[in-house]
Design a protein around this ligand. Structure first.
Ligand SMILES: [Fe+2]
Ligand SMILES: [Fe+2]
Length: 163
């Protein structure tokens, strides 16, 4: 099977976006370490590793359909945030933009009648539902807590339990 160029280009673009996501979460981990919120740091660090796995899923799929992986420059992520709430707002917004990108990719593969790619991408469609819900859940908790240092301390502990 030979993949169509349009679909391949869109998959390579998504591969770069997943690597950027991994980089962004890693930058967030560095930020949380610097402000001694090690539970939050663990959480975003694990998320960074998950994003790398997403990138590798696409990497492997491209090879399965005899395409060529084209690695491109990865954008520099933001380095610091004024509060965990601001950071989780960024996560939520970022995941929503990733969802749009996945949807565009599904549209491209469907219009090219690439059923293999369209089916492969369903995993990402479902994953984005979970990613957006998780980000929003933490964001809502942070909004509820406001500026209370006490509750932030306990939330940090809870966030650190993520595997
Ligand atoms: Fe992802
Ligand atoms: Fe994600």
């Amino acid at each position: 099977m030979m993949i169509k160029q349009k679909v391949l280009d869109a998959l390579n673009k998504q591969l770069n976006l997943e690597l950027y996501s991994s980089y962004l979460y890693l930058s967030m981990a560095a930020h949380f370490e610097s402000v001694n919120l090690s539970g939050f740091a663990t959480w975003v660090r694990n998320q960074s590793a998950e994003e790398y796995q997403h990138a590798m899923k696409i990497f492997d799929f491209i090879h399965q359909v005899n395409g060529t992986v084209e690695l491109a420059k990865i954008d520099t992520p933001k380095k610091s945030w004024s509060s965990p709430m601001e950071l989780f707002q960024d996560i939520y917004d970022h995941e929503k933009s990733v969802t749009s990108s996945i949807y565009e990719l599904v549209d491209i593969s469907a219009s090219q009648r690439d059923h293999a790619a369209t089916t492969f991408l369903q995993w990402f469609v479902n994953e984005q539902v979970e990613e957006e819900a998780t980000a929003l859940n933490v964001l809502e908790k942070l909004k509820m807590l406001g500026d209370s240092k006490n509750s932030l301390f306990y939330l940090d502990k809870e966030m650190g339990k993520r595997k």
